[in-house]
Design a protein around this ligand. Structure first.
Ligand code: KG4
Ligand code: ZN
Length: 356
């Protein structure tokens, strides 16, 4: 490819509980993608502790940057761009990533771009499928989002469906807690569900009109069922409940994807975000999309948070961000439409939506 002027991108991702640094070439080829999970740090607390997460990101980043360059077989001077997540996410965690990114950008004299984490999840699909181009229909399912989006071209997204209450990942995490599975809940519930039978413990499938999701009613239904079973709940009951909860979430997610595809047929469909690592969702998405479109679901390590997707998003959106950037040239001054200026500081936005 190589159609954009800044081919070698260092990505930094610290929005939640993964510290990740990656080097990506031409927005498509992952040269290195190091991911440090903070599961051990948070597991005794049953969830992410923001202050601990931010401090750990700060401690880990310098070594991860060195290692990402080493694994990619590159020197810092080979890089053309630094891309860092600026939101949405935990404020303190985002500030650490952006602060380190800006420091590297200044020290290396390379331009830097702030990346929308949600865009990153979609761009993970570009790493998985080298010939994938917009327009596409995307289902982004993560810890905080269940969004249906249309992507008409690079760097443009239109939200056509979202959740009224909990996101799918949040629902999985809460259900896992009710079943005594702890943190991180989604992957544990996935594993338990594999040994269960959904039909033995049927739960309602949420169904709102149009392209809206809602998972809070389903969550309450599970809570009451667990309460009713009380002391006599068996490990098999728990596995059956996990399978049933998973089936309801997955079928609800795909019902709306199906509807969106019916309403506006699209050749390319992407299902991505942490929840796209779910075994049943992967299997059923392929069946539901069928031959109507080409489905891309990134491999598991590109579904959950990682810096390669941030580097890819930075690559594909850099051309509209900077005009005539200094290709491989030393100097952090950027040529913008109004002339040559110092790069503006990156604005961290913990509640960033899809529109920037
Ligand atoms: O995209 P992600 O890594 O972080 C956010 O941007 O939020 O998504 C994390 C979410 C968590 O809620 C986690 O429980 C869920 O993805 N998740 C899963 C699975 N793996 C991760 N949910 C269901 N099944 C899985 N295998
Ligand atoms: Zn994410």
């Amino acid at each position: 490819m190589g159609s954009y002027p800044l081919p070698l991108v260092l990505g930094i991702e610290t929005s939640c509980d993964e510290t990740s640094v990656a080097v990506v070439e031409d927005g498509r080829r992952v040269l290195s993608n190091l991911i440090h999970s903070q599961v051990e740090l948070h597991k005794d607390f049953g969830g992410v502790v923001p202050e601990l997460a931010a401090r750990d990101h700060l401690e880990r980043l310098p070594d991860l940057v060195d290692l990402a360059l080493e694994r990619a077989g590159l020197e810092a001077t080979d890089l053309n761009l630094v891309a860092v997540t600026r939101g949405p996410g935990l404020a303190g965690c985002l500030l650490v990533g952006v602060g380190v990114g800006e420091g590297l950008s200044a020290a290396w004299q390379r331009p830097i771009i702030g990346v929308n984490h949600l865009w990153g999840h979609i761009y993970a699909a570009m790493l998985a499928r080298p010939d994938l181009e917009p327009p596409l229909l995307g289902l982004v399912v993560s810890g905080a989002h269940s969004d249906l989006v249309r992507m008409p071209e690079h760097g443009r997204f239109e939200v056509i469906g979202r959740t009224r209450d909990d996101a799918a990942g949040e629902a999985f995490d809460k259900a896992a807690r009710m079943l005594g599975l702890g943190y991180p809940g989604g992957p544990a519930l996935d594993r338990l569900a594999r040994t269960g039978d959904a039909s033995r413990q049927p739960l309602p499938k949420p169904s709102l009109p149009g392209l809206e999701y809602s998972f809070s009613g389903l969550k309450t239904a599970l809570l009451y069922r667990v309460r009713d079973l009380g002391e006599k709940v068996t490990p098999q009951d728990k596995a059956d409940l996990a399978a049933s909860f998973e089936r309801s979430v997955v079928e609800s997610l795909l019902e709306k994807l199906d509807l969106a595809l019916e309403e506006t047929p699209t050749a390319e469909v992407v299902v991505c975000g942490g929840v796209a690592a779910n075994t049943l969702l992967r299997k059923r998405a392929a069946e539901v999309v069928g031959s109507r479109a080409r489905l891309t679901m990134p491999p598991l390590d590109l579904c959950t948070d990682n810096a390669a997707m941030i580097a890819a998003a930075g690559y594909f959106t850099s051309h509209s961000h900077f005009t005539s950037p200094p290709r491989g040239e030393v100097g952090s001054r950027l040529r913008l439409p109004g002339g040559e200026v110092e790069p503006a500081p990156i604005e961290v936005n913990p509640s960033l939506g899809w529109n920037s």
